[in-house]
Design a binder for this molecule. Structure first.
Ligand SMILES: Cc1ncc(COP(=O)(O)O)c(C=O)c1O
Length: 389
């Protein structure tokens, strides 16, 4: 008897992310510099760790309410108002989740029914498609192009809309391209959203990591968009808290009350000590964000300038901590390029194809690593290109 045959089709329909595959391959190459993983190289700031530790010592070791500590939801509510001018009631319109990852899962499972189409800009983060499939929906990938700075264009989006389209995912600042969504483009997208009566899930996990004076705008702050938008954000990237697994959803109560049920039966609540850490981060973490953003910005400029000097065609990213140069000139596929760069130059990058068909021809480099590492990586890439046959 082959028991695996009895695994549900939904589980079989999704695959492990190929980013992990490349990340794991790095371990086979001693001395390789990894630019693969989208994770801050900083340790969580000490005062945040202390707050979690103190909460444990004070005996706060039980569950919290499903939606998360009310004090934390109050801080999230103030933060969203202060930074993005969007209003959410702490009680009823905010749900604390296990990272943005759980938030994406919950949001799509709450909004998507069998056969519904979810519009996903491509290239983008790898979770939207499997979460759509697990919800019974169908992913429709909407290309974004380098010549448009990887911005989702309203006219492109419109071409992919059918009578089954229900949800638009808006993942900006973007992983893997580092693109941001300018306000004037958002306004055009909002017109399409209204015209076709779409719901919107915005993944704003990199909202704090924007550069060159760019101002992140929450899509929900646009006229008439709040009612139909689910805002997702979290602590992983802005406060270097990936391991704490803490994120949140902010949305109208008529969505959040159903999302809370999925969250309840899935995980009960986010880890209590992580929530206390998040509370401290929200209250006193502003300077930490600023410090890390400045470091990323320095690395971003260095890596961008170096890639241009080496002759890469490369769009200058304005957000997140990724850069997405074109490798088309080498004549290799992105997977071939990444493999050769790893084995011949000991630099690990992620092939653009890991982010969908429209990522092909590019590789993703994460600059969430020290400037010294980046300098060494650049030296190795230069040598690799000099000897490239
Ligand atoms: C665009 C995007 N959304 C969500 C996540 C997941 O974040 P979290 O650690 O909060 O689950 C990531 C992580 O790489 C990401 O790049």
């Amino acid at each position: 008897m082959n028991y695996e045959d009895r695994v549900a089709k939904r589980a079989k329909s999704i695959e492990i992310s190929t980013i992990r595959y490349f990340f794991n391959m790095v371990k086979d190459v001693p001395g390789a510099i990894s630019l693969t993983i989208g994770e801050p190289d900083f340790v969580t700031p000490r005062h945040i760790i202390d707050a979690a530790y103190e909460s444990l010592l004070e005996g706060k070791t039980g569950y919290t309410v499903n939606a998360g500590l009310i004090e934390l939801r109050e801080e999230i509510s103030k933060y969203l108002k202060r930074n993005y001018n969007v209003g959410y009631k702490p009680d009823g319109e905010i749900l604390v989740t296990i990272g943005a990852t759980e938030a994406i899962y919950i949001a799509l499972n709450t909004l998507v029914e069998d056969g519904d189409e979810v519009l996903i800009p491509e290239p983008s983060f790898v979770a939207y498609d499997p979460c759509t499939k697990l919800a019974g929906g169908k992913s429709v990938f909407v290309p974004t192009y380098e010549e448009d700075n990887f911005v989702l264009k309203a006219e492109t989006l419109e071409k992919y809309i059918t009578d089954k389209s229900k949800v638009l995912v808006l993942p900006y600042p973007n992983n893997p391209t580092g693109a941001v969504l300018p306000y004037e483009e958002m306004v055009k997208l909002a017109d399409i959203v209204k015209k076709y009566d779409l719901l919107v899930v915005t993944d704003e996990i990199y909202s704090e990591l924007v550069y060159d004076g760019f101002k992140h705008v929450s899509f929900a702050s646009l006229p008439n968009m709040w009612e139909r938008t689910v805002l997702i954000n979290g602590f992983s990237k802005s406060y270097a808290m990936t391991g704490w697994r803490l994120g949140y959803i902010a949305a109208p109560e008529y969505f959040v009350k159903h999302m809370t049920k999925i969250h309840q039966y899935d995980v009960t609540s986010a880890s209590t000590q992580s929530q206390y850490a998040g509370l401290e981060a929200m209250k006193n973490g502003e300077n930490d964000i600023k410090f890390m953003r400045e470091k990323y910005d320095e690395r971003r400029k260095f890596l961008y300038d170096s890639l241009i000097d080496m002759g890469f065609e490369c769009f200058e990213p304005k957000g997140a901590f990724y850069i997405f140069p074109s490798i088309k000139k080498t004549g290799l596929t992105s997977a071939e390029f990444a493999k050769r760069l790893l084995y011949e130059a000991k630099v690990a990058v992620v092939p653009g194809s890991a982010f969908g068909e429209h990522g092909e021809g590019h590789v993703r480099m994460a600059y969430a690593t020290s400037l010294d590492n980046l300098k060494e990586a650049v030296k190795r890439i230069e040598k690799f290109l000099r000897n490239f046959k």
